[in-house]
Write a protein that binds this ligand. Structure first.
Ligand code: NAP
Length: 305
């Protein structure tokens, strides 16, 4: 009998994973915040995945964090700023043999979770898949991509990667997951805050080449200083390539702001600035960008942490 996938967070990525795992016949349970959310979920009858315009509902069983059953495999699919509290809510169900798969973008939340759950194995993920919610318990699969998984503390791949293959989730085990997370963070820092401040699509940054180049130079120094030279390699040309290839897209931070949602700034640009400070590296342009973004969020009445 396969181990149950407990999916905590029935948002975009959580639903994308839960529905594909369930479709492959694997045991999946959704862990919801409270009885009210559980009742709302039960009333909806399941999670709906919309793929190429076709909607399919999957009646995945739901439960609250309070349920007593132990959790052996937990897919943590909330935002970075909710990760620690979300894991703490199921701490009583986790043991020595539990494995946590952390889908959070950026850096900082993975360490926070690992520190509060030292007994569990924590596997970090970095994904280029894209999904968004177009209703409660409904998710649109918007962009095919790839997910890298890895465990900096323990390089051996877990056997349950077979489940991902069965579910058609494109993935690879990565021996250098930290490099991937740092590289993605750097790309994000060079692009996303500027799209918010200049109120533009990614392609709009082609008008701000100098500003982007200055940020890339500081990010490259930072990655080298904090022991991530591979993540620093050719950063600026890649940032330019991404800006061109995604010219018509709005960045995730832009979308969060325009939908008046909290951003993950503290786990992206905020994390970069904090690490620079720890290494006594001055990054004036990144720091100024962070300050400008905080003021902007504050003026909009949005959380700036
Ligand atoms: P999302 O749609 O906002 O979903 C997060 C879900 O977590 C929400 O359903 C939220 O519940 C739930 N949650 C938070 N705290 C909880 C708790 N204590 N107990 C139970 N549920 C809890 O977020 P997302 O877009 O899937 O993003 C998740 C992570 O993946 C982020 O770090 C994001 O940057 C990253 N990511 C996303 C994408 C994408 O395309 N969406 C792509 C790559 C990476 P409520 O609805 O009740 O608030």
């Amino acid at each position: 009998m396969s181990t149950t996938w407990h999916v905590l967070g029935a948002g975009s990525l959580g639903t994308l994973w839960a529905t594909r795992l369930a479709r492959a016949g694997l045991p999946v349970r959704l862990v919801l915040r409270n009885d009210a959310r559980l009742q709302a979920y039960r009333n909806a009858g399941g999670l709906t995945l919309v793929e190429q315009g076709q909607a399919q509902c999957y009646p995945i069983p739901g439960e609250t964090a309070d349920s007593p059953e132990p959790i052996k495999r937990l897919l943590l699919a909330c935002k970075a700023y909710d990760a620690e509290a979300a894991v703490s809510s199921v701490a009583h169900r986790l043991g020595d043999e539990s494995e946590l798969i952390l889908l959070q973008n950026g850096l900082g939340s993975q360490d926070a979770v690992a520190n509060c759950m030292p007994q569990a194995r924590c596997i970090s993920a970095s994904s280029t898949e894209g999904a968004f919610r177009d209703g409660d318990w409904r998710v649109v699969f918007a962009g095919h991509g790839y997910t890298w998984l890895g465990d900096p503390a323990h390089p051996v791949a877990p056997f349950w990667l077979d489940d991902l293959a069965a579910a058609g989730i494109p993935h690879a085990w990565s021996a250098d997951i930290l490099t991937r997370l740092w590289r993605k963070l750097a790309l994000n820092c060079a692009i996303n805050p500027l799209t918010v401040l200049h109120h533009c699509k990614n392609g709009g940054l082609q008008e701000h080449r100098c500003e982007v180049a200055t940020l890339c130079a500081e990010l490259t120094d930072l990655l080298e200083r904090c022991g991530q030279p591979a993540a620093a390699e050719d950063l600026q040309p890649e940032v330019e390539r991404v800006i061109q290839a995604t010219a018509a897209n709005y960045s995730s931070m832009y979308q969060d702001v325009s939908n008046r949602r909290r951003t993950e700034i503290s786990y992206l640009l905020g994390y970069a600035c904090k690490v620079a400070q720890r290494h006594e590296l001055t990054v004036p342009h990144l720091e100024q960008l962070r300050q400008r973004l905080i003021v902007h969020l504050h003026n909009l009445g949005l959380p700036s942490d």
